[in-house]
Design a protein around this ligand. Structure first.
Ligand SMILES: [Fe+2]
Ligand SMILES: [Fe+2]
Length: 190
């Protein structure tokens, strides 16, 4: 499926929520900027960003059904519900848009939790989703850090996420904890 068709599909799927559509547009802008700075693959990043939230408006039941074409039901149950849309979106990309590039699919699948050993495409999508211009609570410092040191920005975003979830006693995806430990160990936190 070509990129114009994917763009049309995204506009259709998210038509009922203009703010969500705006979020995707903002993410595209940020991801393109970061891909340029950090020498990422702009096409892969663009496709992943376009599709990352495509199932977000679907009821959880429908997300489960969609994801079941790509994974067992128990695989989804291991993750907090807030994360299900990432898995259903990756499955949507594979089955409906015929995206078979695993790097693009992983960038969609892990855009909320992150994980260990992320590719550059995954990192750019993850960070862009977190710091796009519509995220008004994000500091300029973090946005600058993302330009200078993507891994340090990644660590900070994950740590902020963990703090936010812990403060609200919400379920934490083990992938994020694993990822923070991994990146702190390999990159060192400042
Ligand atoms: Fe998302
Ligand atoms: Fe998003």
């Amino acid at each position: 499926m070509d990129i114009q068709t994917i763009e049309r599909l995204v506009s259709e799927e998210l038509a009922s929520d203009p703010l969500k559509l705006l979020h995707v547009r903002n993410c595209l802008e940020k991801a393109d900027e970061l891909a340029l700075i950090h020498h990422g693959d702009r096409t892969k990043v663009r496709i992943a960003v376009l599709l990352h939230d495509i199932t977000k408006l679907l009821p959880l039941k429908r997300q489960q059904e969609l994801a079941s074409h790509c994974m067992g039901p128990e695989d989804l149950e291991n993750h907090p519900r807030e994360v299900w849309h990432a898995y259903s979106a990756a499955c949507y990309a594979r089955t409906r848009c015929d995206i078979q590039d695993e790097e693009v699919l992983d960038a969609i699948r892990y855009h909320t939790t992150g994980r260990k050993h992320m590719s550059l495409t995954e990192k750019i999508v993850f960070v862009s989703d977190a710091i796009e211009v519509g995220r008004t609570y994000v500091t300029d410092d973090l946005r600058e850090l993302a330009k200078m040191d993507l891994d340090q920005a990644l660590i900070q975003i994950m740590q902020d996420d963990l703090e936010y979830l812990r403060a609200r006693k919400r379920q934490i995806d083990p992938l994020t904890i694993e990822a923070v430990n991994y990146y702190l160990e390999t990159q060192g936190g400042h």
